[in-house]
Design a protein. Structure first.
Length: 174
């Protein structure tokens, strides 16, 4: 018997305009291969990627490019110099969802609408307290029940992005 999608919304086809899809934002990312892998995930799903500076590396970094392989030209990438620049753009017009290893509730308790910006913090410290305090109801975490404190950033982005798309889009025909 085919599985029915579990969703608060009926599954919809992907909009042709990428600005109407989920988006990923990395706040002050530090590790080039993680950002490269996230760029590859975003290119594979036609998901816009926002990098919010200051960045912990150059966009010319060979490790960033190597992780993204030849998919980097297909990436819908927007680079912001600071949080205030981002906050005046998509950060003010779209629903933010803040992901972190110490937040509640679980990712799987959230009903996605399909147009949110999933926001992730730097690998070494996560999102800053001032940002979390500003958006306390926007926080989610990926459940972890093993003996580790967090997932690799690229893996966390994948889990959250695909769950949001699973809830809001028909992925069975892709």
């Amino acid at each position: 018997m085919p599985q029915m999608p579990i969703s608060a919304l009926p599954a919809r086809p992907f909009p042709s305009d990428p600005s109407q899809r989920m988006q990923i934002a990395l706040y002050q990312p530090e590790i080039p291969p993680n950002t490269g892998n996230i760029g590859r995930i975003c290119a594979a799903t036609q998901t816009r990627l926002h990098l919010i500076g200051p960045l912990g590396f150059s966009l010319e970094d060979k490790y960033l490019r190597r992780a993204g392989l030849d998919y980097w030209p297909h990436l819908d990438l927007v680079v912001w110099q600071s949080w205030s620049d981002f906050a005046q753009g998509p950060g003010s017009r779209r629903t933010l969802v803040l992901a972190g290893s110490k937040f509640a509730p679980s990712l799987y308790a959230r009903a996605f609408q399909g147009e949110e910006v999933l926001l992730f913090g730097p690998e070494s410290r996560g999102l800053p307290d001032w940002l979390v305090q500003k958006h306390p109801r926007a926080c989610i975490r990926i459940p972890i029940w093993g003996g580790v404190r967090s997932l690799n950033l690229a893996n966390a982005v994948s889990v959250c992005l695909y769950e949001a798309y699973r809830q809001t889009r028909d992925l069975t025909e892709l």
